[in-house]
Design a protein around this ligand. Sequence first.
Ligand SMILES: Nc1ncnc2c1ncn2[C@@H]1O[C@H](COP(=O)(O)OP(=O)(O)O)[C@@H](O)[C@H]1O
Ligand SMILES: [Mg+2]
Length: 300
Amino acid sequence: MSRATNIFFMGKGGVGKSTSAALHSLFLAGKGYRVILVSLDPAHNQCDIFERRFSDKPCKVTSNLFVIEVDQERWIKTYLKDVQQQINKAYAYLTAFNLESHFKVIKHSPGLEEYAVLLAYKHIRNVYADFDFLVFDMPPTALSLKFFSLPSLSLIWLDHLLNLRREIIKKRDLITKIKLIKKEYERDKLLNKINEQQQDYQYLKKGFETMDMTRIHLVLNPDKLAHAESVRILDRLVELDIKVSRIICNKLQAGLSCAKIKKFEEIPQINFPASLIPLIGINALRQFLKENSNAATKQL
Ligand SMILES: Nc1ncnc2c1ncn2[C@@H]1O[C@H](COP(=O)(O)OP(=O)(O)O)[C@@H](O)[C@H]1O
Ligand SMILES: [Mg+2]
C-alpha cells in the first residue's frame, strides 16, 4: 500500500496553482523528501515553469524531484478499453462491441475526463508508492471537483446496480425455476465485480477524506473572483468530507491582501508576495523560496 502523502493544488485559473505546486515540490525535495510533481491539467504548465520537456514517465529535475505530465487522452483510451474488456468478459454471448471504430466519437463523451484523471491518479499511487509526497497540479475547478466527487457518485450508482442485479436474479429464478450452472456462474461474476468496485471506490473515498493521506492547498489571489471560486471549492469539498489544509494567498502586493473569509478562519493561511522577477526556471523558483522561506515552511 502506498504511504505517499497527496498534496492537491486547487484554485481558479491563473491564481498560481502550477507555480505554487512547483515551488512546494522543490521545497519538499530540498528538505530531503522524495517527491513526484504530477500535472493532471491537460493544458500542462510545468514544462514552461521548469523550461523542460516532460511526459507521462517521471523526469528527474533535482536529486529528489521528478515531474510527470499525465497524458489524459491515453487514460481515456485505457479506460474505454478496460470497459470493453469487462463487457466482453461478462457478456461473452453478445457480439463484441467494436470500440476502435467508435473511438473518435466516444472519447468525447461526457464524464470520461474525470474517469481518466482518476485512473491516472490510481496508477500513480500504485507505481510510485515509495515516494514521500505526490504533489498534484490540478486541472480547472469543474474537472477537479468532478474528480473528487467520482468515488462518492460511483458508490451511489454501484449501490443501485447491486440492488437491480439482485432483483433480476430473483425474478429470473422465479421464472425459470431451474438454476443453470453456467448462468449461476455468470451471476456470481457480476455480483463479485460490483463488490470489487465498491471496495475500490470506498478506499479512494477514504483516502481523500483522510488528512494524513490527502492535503488540499487552495490557492487564491487578492481579488474578488478568485475568492468567490475558492469559497465554492471549499463548500463542495466540505460536502464530500474533504478538508482544505492550507489557504495560499498568492501574488500579494502592497495594499492588497486576501479578504478575511469566515469559512477560511480555521484553516492556516500562507502569504506569498507577487514576485518581481518571472517565476520561470529552477533558479528563479529557488531564489523565490529563499526570499520567502517563512511562508514556504508553513506549508508543511
Ligand atoms: N507569486 C507570484 N508572483 C508573480 N507571478 C506569479 C506568482 N505566482 C504565479 N505567478 C504567475 O502567474 C501566472 C499564472 O500562474 P500559474 O501558476 O500558471 O497559474 P494556474 O496554474 O493557477 O493557472 C504565471 O505567469 C505565473 O508565472
Ligand atoms: Mg496551471
